[in-house]
Design a protein around this ligand. Structure first.
Ligand SMILES: [Fe+2]
Length: 295
């Protein structure tokens, strides 16, 4: 078998065939997939029956897994999946859909806002890999937006105005948009804002992209309302249908995306029925800003 990638959207997204990700890959196969990610930013695989262990092994071909701590409000004793797996299902430890008023469920609704995974961490994520174990009967598509195409389409004046801006990202900003404003002292410390450049350059291709995320709630040097209206305006620009791919899940689909180049969101679904989606996250290797010297 040979890895083959076919672009399925006018500006990005490749559909992969000729690879079984449940077994260890040859170096040439890994290189072909990395090159495909650099070019297409999102890769779609079908019919990949994976155990959690196989999914983590596959993810490690692209770098170490991200330490998931500090990314959610779920308490360790409520976790459904082992360390290394990010649970983005709507299920509790008992395997049943979470209650409507579950704080964990309400917090996870933030995944329906456009975002880039882990942009609230000092070193944000490289890739995310999402495996569809149980597909919800209604809705639940995942949408991806190409932040390189969005950058390319800005006029030169706006590009020059924003290229050196630095944003503040926190899970409290994205959840605040949904009206979740109450956090414990411990959560506040865990969700302390971090700085990220608004415009990134891809380390391999050199392409520039907008680094937007609903976790962004401020821009250094700008009054908050001005920062937020600019971020909102850029997000509207960047998520126009011409930059967006809609993924309709089939059981055992696996989708990889490069968080440095795309944003994504899940759409509403029937929360009384299971949606079992399991993510592994490949850690990034550097902050997007030079860390400020300690005070
Ligand atoms: Fe996400």
């Amino acid at each position: 078998m040979r890895v083959s990638i076919r672009q399925i959207h006018p500006v990005f997204v490749g559909e992969v065939s000729g690879v079984d990700v449940s077994r260890p890959l040859a170096p040439g196969e890994v290189a072909a997939l990395e090159a495909g990610m650099d070019r297409h930013a999102v890769l779609v695989f079908h019919d990949q029956r994976l155990t959690d262990e196989q999914q983590m092994t596959f993810a490690r071909h692209f770098g170490p897994l991200e330490d998931a701590r500090g990314g959610n409000i779920t308490k360790p004793e409520d976790r459904r999946l082992q360390v290394g797996m990010n649970d983005v299902s709507n299920l509790g430890r008992d395997g049943a859909p979470l209650a409507r008023d579950s704080r964990q469920r309400l917090f996870n609704l933030g995944n329906m806002l456009w975002h880039s995974d882990s942009s609230f961490r000092p070193i944000p994520a490289k890739y995310s890999l999402l495996s569809a174990r149980t597909v919800n009967p209604v809705g639940g598509n995942t949408e991806f937006a190409d932040m390189r195409a969005a950058w390319d389409a800005l006029d030169a004046g706006l590009q020059a105005e924003i290229e050196d801006l630095v944003c503040e990202h926190s899970l409290m900003y994205s959840r605040g948009l949904l009206g979740m404003l109450d956090y414990s002292e411990e959560e506040r410390a865990m969700f302390r804002p971090v700085r990220q450049r608004l415009v990134r350059t891809h380390p391999v291709t050199g392409r520039r992209s907008l680094y937007l995320s609903s976790h962004a709630g401020g821009i250094i040097g700008l009054p908050t309302p001005e920062a937020r209206i600019l971020l909102r305006d850029l997000t509207e620009h960047a998520t126009q249908p011409r930059f967006v791919y809609v993924h309709q899940w089939r059981p055992w689909d696996l989708v990889l995306w490069d968080n440095r180049q795309v944003m994504h969101r899940v759409r509403r679904y029937d929360d009384s029925q299971p949606r079992d989606m399991r993510r592994t996250t490949v850690a990034g290797d550097a902050p997007t800003v030079t860390p400020a010297p300690a005070a």
